[in-house]
Design a protein around this ligand. Sequence first.
Ligand SMILES: NC(=O)c1ccc[n+]([C@@H]2O[C@H](COP(=O)([O-])OP(=O)(O)OC[C@H]3O[C@@H](n4cnc5c(N)ncnc54)[C@H](O)[C@@H]3O)[C@@H](O)[C@H]2O)c1
Length: 352
Amino acid sequence: MTYVPPAPSELAMVPFVSVENMMRLVNETGPEQVMIELAEFIEADFRRWPEFDKTPRVASHSRDGVIELMPTADRDNYGFKYVNGHPKNMREGFQTVTAFGVLSSVANGYPILLCEMTVLTALRTAATSALVGKYLAPEGSKVMAMIGNGAQCEFQALAFKAICGIDTVRLYDIDAMATAKAAKNLQGTGLTVLSCSSAEEAVEGAQIVTTCTADKQYATILTDNMIGAGIHINAIGGDCPGKTELHRDILLRSDIFVEYPPQTRIEGEIQQLEEDYPVTELWQVMLGEKQGRQDARQITLFDSVGFAIEDFSALRYIHAKLKQTDNYQMLDMLADPDDPRDLFGMLERAKG
Ligand SMILES: NC(=O)c1ccc[n+]([C@@H]2O[C@H](COP(=O)([O-])OP(=O)(O)OC[C@H]3O[C@@H](n4cnc5c(N)ncnc54)[C@H](O)[C@@H]3O)[C@@H](O)[C@H]2O)c1
């Protein structure tokens, strides 16, 4: 008789959301609705900011990229995301950014969710950008310039449509094929999509300017003369030491809003400024403790780098969603011997 090892106990099993199941989950609800719901989870967590353990992400830099761990916790849950950023990947047929994450119970330390986060990161980044846009973009903004038409691009466009009410995107990328891809993907979404042949052309008539390029250097995607009064800049792509997108002069003319200053000062556009340059924390704007946009002519800048609490909110959202769907698999991920001290015995018994 062949030996059949005992089945794993219930405690050993952790729900896992694969890329396939994430896509199913997003398509069942619709990406715009997912980002609306995600923005609600993110806003709820920003509004209880002081309750979280916070630290700048732990980054391992190498010649061509970075690998980062992004941990945070509240009283009930601990979460982290593993994420990379390798701008050269795209040319070699790989994604610039890939990610996965874990949500755990603080009470016993057991993971309660393992989740793909490449798709989820694009969704949470766009949901965060649009949520911030709700507080900072000029009232009645309808047109967004979208510079950098890579993996994040369509998510950003749809989130700003669903959450801020834009109706037009003006696309530009140094690679015309990226723009053509984004224009095709955005067909039939209700957005008017215009493909532009320069960044200058893309920002014409836009009230919101999103920069979402990937380049491992101090790039100048926007120069000072391109930004007039009454613009909201959503700067996504400058998110590592030595990797920025905006000319310093634009920063000096803007009111700058950030997620978590200790991390943004290392990674964001403001690495170009003095260490104590004044910035406003978004959670305080959301709580009404600090002002967001104050007048129609102000230039506001969201110096986005992506903070762990946004990923925590996204994992919390997916975990809640699992109760309504079967878009997950149970993974035998935690060793769970009958006698908690008899880990070795469990190994022995598995021999049969
Ligand atoms: N802030 C955040 O929370 C957050 C989250 C995810 C990704 N990101 C960053 O956003 C950026 C974009 O990510 P992605 O996954 O879309 O990358 P991607 O490689 O898929 O796309 C980047 C695009 O930028 C274009 N590009 C490069 N230089 C340009 C220039 N000078 N002008 C116009 N276009 C230019 C490229 O041709 C490419 O199409 C990356 O830098 C990534 O690190 C930030």
